[in-house]
Write a protein of this length. Structure first.
Length: 315
């Protein structure tokens, strides 16, 4: 199959690299020093399963350099969703699946509004991986798993073909008819624990070791769950024991992408995560004091770093 990775960060680079290893046609879109390093020496992928490098000629700086593909792995940060979706036209056919593997619960609808053809699927990637140097990503173990499915309507033959391509590329994947609940499941977790690692600067092991800190995380999860239910989503109640069990599957030193964005002075997904919970909570009359606090603490950094990035990219 033909894949286009839009956003070659830790997640897109890892899964795209696995697909390329298995013989699929894959092209990677990146920018800045990361792109230049990839064009010169390929993308070097350090993984718990080994280390390998993609060919330099698979790195692109524009969708205009590619023909239409079967699948777009849409992996940009949530705050870039609209701008990125508007660039998809050259890689789309009427049958292209745009698979969003992003944090948040509103990206799929934004993409759908801005693409002239193709179909949008929702997806969740469970993986701990990030850019560690230009042209280099590091995956540190964990689930390495994708769950995906249509936002509306039945699963079709092409989606089953994508699922098979993942399986043959040694990517654990699950194809589900109902994906919205799974999107919210990760949303509840990442908006709570992810934001706490950023605000406190603690890793997951340190948060697990501090019961008062962990209790705040659970309170944040309960807020997000209440908002999801009010929004009409079928979502399980928070089971602290299951959450703790899940956290222990990751390296104790794990921190969220939001933490790394904060300390590296990059924009963060605070609007798509905590901001969404606060906004929806307000519309449904649900108080969300923990998320409101996290949002107010992180938003100024996001806005400052976003302005800095935009100014640096001006011609």
């Amino acid at each position: 199959m033909r894949f286009f990775v839009f956003g070659t960060g830790g997640m897109g680079g890892f899964f795209g690299g696995k697909l390329l290893q298995a013989g699929h046609h894959v092209r990677f879109l990146a920018r800045g020093p990361h792109l230049q390093a990839m064009k010169k020496g390929g993308l070097k992928i350090h993984s718990s399963a080994g280390t390998w490098t993609t060919p330099p000629d698979t790195a692109l700086e524009s969708t205009k350099e590619s023909e239409p593909v079967d699948v777009v792995l849409f992996c940009v940060k949530a705050y870039d969703t609209e701008a990125a979706a508007k660039q998809l036209d050259p890689v789309l056919s009427p049958h292209t699946i745009v698979l969003s593997l992003q944090n948040g619960v509103e990206n799929e609808e934004i993409i759908r509004r801005h693409i002239p053809r193709g179909r949008v699927y929702g997806g969740i990637a469970y993986i701990s991986s990030r850019i560690t140097a230009p042209g280099e990503i590091t995956e540190t173990g964990g689930l390495q798993r994708i769950v995906f499915g249509p936002m509306h309507g039945p699963i079709d033959r092409q989606a089953k073909d994508v699922h098979e391509a993942f399986a043959k590329s040694d990517i654990r994947a699950e194809l589900r008819q109902e994906i919205v609940g799974e999107l919210w499941k990760k949303f509840v977790f990442i908006s709570s624990m992810g934001s706490m690692t950023a605000v406190t600067r603690l890793n997951q092991g340190e948060i697990l070791a501090s019961r008062p800190t962990l209790d705040v995380v659970f309170r944040a999860m309960h807020e997000a769950t209440a908002v999801g239910k009010a929004h009409g989503v079928t979502i399980e109640a928070i089971d602290p024991a299951r959450v703790i069990e899940g956290l222990k599957r990751f390296d104790s030193g794990t921190r969220s992408s939001m933490y790394f964005d904060l300390i590296n002075e990059k924009p963060m997904e605070v609007e798509a995560l905590n901001g969404t919970i606060v906004r929806l909570g307000t519309s449904y009359g649900i108080d969300t004091p923990i998320h409101r606090t996290l949002y107010s603490a992180l938003l100024p950094y996001h806005l400052k770093h976003l302005q800095k990035r935009d100014e640096s990219e001006k011609p």
